[in-house]
Design a protein around this ligand. Structure first.
Ligand SMILES: Cc1ncc(COP(=O)(O)O)c(C=O)c1O
Length: 400
């Protein structure tokens, strides 16, 4: 009898975490490495949020709470959905988990049966396909090409839906491409979904606050109220308030689904950290200055990185609408050989040689289901980004 489960054999460890670990190892070994792999803001959690957590500890809010969130936080989440997205949810339609990751996972575990399909646009966040596989479902990919801004069209979505499709996972702004759908682009997708009543929508709005210029963020249940009864609107405080380590994510959706997700959580982790929940109440209800400040910084960095990468021979980098990632194509580098003698056969070879020879850690595109590309997280200092882009340029100029 095999010790490890058959299900586990179907999934792979997160490649983004692997790149971050490799960069850390090289640094510890004394190498000069700039890590552009990690998907987290480099800013500190705002002071008012930290103070709320300290107050929670000091007033003894350190015990088990209701499994899927304290009433104060559910109330703050309802107010957030109403204020920012025009969506009305009752507290009984809200669930809170240990990060957005757990919320998405709970929903898949609570609903997928063997054979159920989940449509996932590529390039995708690395965890979606593996979460679907862990939950017993089958991921179905739809490619958003660079030419369409890494977005999929209604016709592509229509072609991917079958009678077995249970979920459509939608992520805008996207990790890894930074692509965000305008109201018109999203309406094209929701029109298709309206024709397929068996398909539920999992909208991962984690990067909602990070859109640039006058881009207007929209979410499916807002664009098409007809989808409200089969949409799970997921969000969290990790990226919006520089709270990745606090582990609070949440979602609003139909009561029966929310209850089922709570059941999964009750038999795995129980409540998310009580202290983090009180901190999240302050994040959502308190001053929102950090949100605008970080957006401004990220927009400046996006412009810096896009401009610099487009001067690198063999690289094409579109300008994304949001998040803190860019997803350049390295098509023009494929088939060449680096100064160190590495043949660039694909984006994985490109990223490996870039790390080894130039000391820049990026994540190769195949990890996100669309090649030949790589992802840069520009959630790091302007100085580090400028130096990293100079190294990438020198590396590309050295390809023969
Ligand atoms: C698209 C997307 N969804 C969800 C998450 C998970 O966020 P959390 O840290 O709250 O679990 C991430 C984190 O990288 C993400 O990029």
């Amino acid at each position: 009898m095999a010790f490890l489960s058959d299900t586990l054999a179907r999934v792979k460890p997160s490649p983004t975490i692997a790149v971050t670990n490799k960069a850390r190892e090289l640094k510890e070994a004394g190498r000069d490495v700039i890590g552009l792999g990690a998907g987290e803001p480099d800013f500190d959690t705002p002071e008012n949020i930290k103070r709320a957590a300290i107050a929670a500890i000091e007033s003894g809010k350190t015990k088990y709470t209701a499994v899927d969130g304290i009433p104060e936080l559910k109330k703050a989440i309802c107010a957030k959905f109403e204020r920012e997205n025009g969506l009305s949810y009752k507290p009984s339609q809200i669930t809170v988990g240990t990060g957005g990751k757990q919320v998405l996972y709970n929903a898949l575990v609570a609903t997928l049966n063997p054979g159920d399909e989940v449509v996932i646009p590529a390039p995708y966040w690395v965890s979606y396909p593996d979460m679907v596989l862990l939950a017993g479902g089958t991921p179905v990919f739809v490619e958003g090409r660079m030419q369409t801004g890494y977005k999929i069209t209604g016709a592509q979505l229509e072609a991917a839906i079958t009678p077995k499709t249970k979920w459509f996972i939608f992520n805008s702004p996207s990790n890894p491409s930074g692509a965000a759908y305008s109201r018109e682009e999203l309406k094209e997708l929701t029109d298709v979904l309206m024709r397929h009543p068996q398909v539920w929508v999992m909208s991962d709005d984690m990067y909602e606050h990070l859109t640039f210029g006058d881009f207007e963020f929209v979410t499916p249940a807002q664009v098409e109220p007809g989808l409200y009864d089969r949409t799970l609107t997921c969000n969290g405080v990790s990226k919006a308030y520089a709270m990745t380590g606090w582990r609070i994510g949440y979602a609003g959706g139909p009561e029966a689904l929310i209850k089922a997700m709570g059941k999964v959580q009750s038999q795995s982790t129980s409540n998310p950290c009580s202290i983090s929940q009180y901190a999240a109440v302050e994040a959502l209800n308190g001053p929102q200055d950090y949100v605008a400040e970080s957006r401004e910084a990220f927009e400046r960095r996006r412009d810096l990185v896009v401009a610099a990468l487009n001067t690198c021979p063999g690289i094409t980098c579109p300008t994304p609408e949001g998040a803190f990632y860019v997803y350049p194509s390295v098509e023009g580098c494929i088939g060449k050989t680096s100064k160190g003698g590495v043949k660039i056969t694909d984006d994985e070879a490109f990223a490996a040689a870039l790390l080894e020879e130039a000391g820049v850690a990026v994540v190769f595109g195949a990890a996100f289901g669309l090649s030949p590309n790589f992802r840069i997280s520009y959630a790091t200092s302007d100085a580090a980004l400028t130096e990293a882009c100079a190294r990438i340029k020198a590396f590309c100029e050295g390809l023969k």
